[in-house]
Write a protein that binds this ligand. Structure first.
Ligand SMILES: Cc1ncc(COP(=O)(O)O)c(C=O)c1O
Length: 427
């Protein structure tokens, strides 16, 4: 578990700052990020794959606050975007367009033009129709753009069906057979330099094997294409590396690298990675305050001020997020974030939010230290697909975001107000 959220004197700290002090100032619910954790995950990946000197394109969709993008840009990161809005964020954060790759099945004409004007590094193309559209727009601008074809290697990533993307019949990319035809037809266009292969097989993938299978399959394809005189220069293996939702759940960056580097050695390919979750997930917690306890027939409901509009992963993906009070007795200081902690005096709770849906549950049948109203609860590993997927459902203003760096913290997105709820509806 690589992060900088630890219990010290029975109290949870984000780096050097007590989480309770942040909640007092920023109120709850609130997302709290650790700058050191972002940096550490980025560097670990960079070091693990150093032999290939990859272009690391952090996946903006996982956690895209401009302050976080700026911090990653300062480390030298590139960015993986999937919309004009994400590209706008990157540019506002000072990210270099020349290190941006752009994926997504439904890029609009204006988004494509925006990306061409910015001068992004590569379009990750998902269909023949998109190739036609990008090629025509590039020709119209007399500009040559670089593109990679997204290929589905048809491997099973063994992850949730909503986030499994690399099998044969998905809306993403094209299968290997069709990829051959696409390169034959579009591989030699004057304004479209189709010189890359892009993969993204799903997320999270907590083993190296699906990547190994996928890379082997596309290396065969690349060899074949090269024999036919089509120059393939880049291989983008996408994102999806796992993160520790429970201690020790995901392989470390080195393990992915150890499995993949031997396959890539000597291939004369520029390697691109698109990690999102493996950098951002452990870098954020979501902190919510307990409002009421309610005794059901057999269960105790802990009703908190954070809800599924703030963090939708538990209801959307049945995702497990470790959750624990920020202030605990000596018996309940926890280091191992697991599904069933073996500590004395724990009690079962359902931790639920105020939204009018039964599914609005952050943690179900969870063993926790005895709780009381006013307690702060930290939901761990909430940095990825947390705030970015939040909504105003039930007219709940979105939570604030806070970035901690050593002994300082800053509100990097203010809590929305009631005025924000109707701002786009009034003339
Ligand atoms: C094309 C592409 N690249 C990268 C990612 C990032 O995935 P992860 O956050 O699991 O690393 C995604 C996620 O959906 C994606 O669709």
């Amino acid at each position: 578990m690589v992060d900088h959220f630890h219990y010290r004197h029975q109290e949870l700290y984000a780096e050097q700052v007590p989480v309770a002090a942040i909640a007092d100032q920023a109120a709850t619910p609130v997302y709290i990020y650790s700058a050191a954790t972002f940096r550490e995950h980025y560097r670990r990946l960079q070091q693990a794959f150093a032999e290939c000197a990859p272009l690391i394109c952090y996946s903006v969709k996982s956690c895209g606050n401009v302050h976080i993008l700026r911090m990653l840009a300062e480390l030298g990161s590139g960015f993986d975007v999937v919309s004009g809005g994400e590209l706008y964020r990157v540019l506002q954060a000072g990210g270099p367009a020349g290190r941006v790759v752009y994926a997504g099945v439904g890029k609009t004409q204006s988004e494509i033009l925006q990306a061409m004007e910015a001068g992004i590094a590569c379009f990750n193309i998902e269909s023949e129709a998109e190739l036609e559209a990008v090629g025509a727009l590039a020709a119209g601008r007399k500009q040559t753009v670089r593109a990679a074809l997204r290929v589905n290697p048809d491997v099973d990533p063994r992850t949730h069906r909503h986030t499994s993307t690399g099998q044969k019949e998905t809306k993403f990319g094209v299968d290997i057979e069709r990829a051959r035809q696409v390169f034959a037809r579009y591989g030699r266009q004057p304004h479209l330099s189709l010189t890359g292969i892009h993969l993204h097989i799903g997320s999270p993938i907590n083993s190296t094997e699906p990547y190994v299978q996928a890379v082997k399959k596309v290396l065969d394809l690349i060899a074949e294409l090269r024999r036919e005189g089509i120059a393939i220069e880049t291989l983008n293996i996408g994102g999806g590396f796992g993160a520790d939702y429970t201690t020790g759940q995901a392989p470390a960056a080195d393990l992915y690298a150890e499995a993949l580097i031997p396959l890539l050695r000597g291939q004369d390919l520029e390697l691109i990675l698109e990690p999102g979750r493996s950098i951002s997930a452990n870098a954020g917690i979501f902190v919510t305050r307990l409002l009421y306890l309610k005794q059901g027939g057999e269960k105790t409901f802990a009703i908190v001020d954070g809800a599924m509009n703030d963090l939708i992963r538990p209801v959307l993906y049945d995702a497990f997020h470790f959750l624990w009070p920020t202030a605990v007795s000596p018996d309940h200081v926890i280091t191992n974030r697991c599904r069933e902690p073996d500590l004395p005096g724990l009690r079962p709770y359902d931790v639920v939010g105020p939204i009018c849906e039964t599914g609005d549950c952050l943690a179900k049948d969870r063993l926790l230290p005895p709780l009381k109203p006013g307690d702060l609860l930290a939901v761990f590993t909430a940095g990825a697909y947390g705030f970015v997927m939040s909504s105003q459902y039930n007219s709940r203003p979105r939570a604030a975001e806070v970035l901690v760096d050593s002994d300082r913290f800053e509100i990097i997105r203010r809590r929305e107000t009631y005025g924000d709820l109707i701002a786009h509806e009034i003339a």
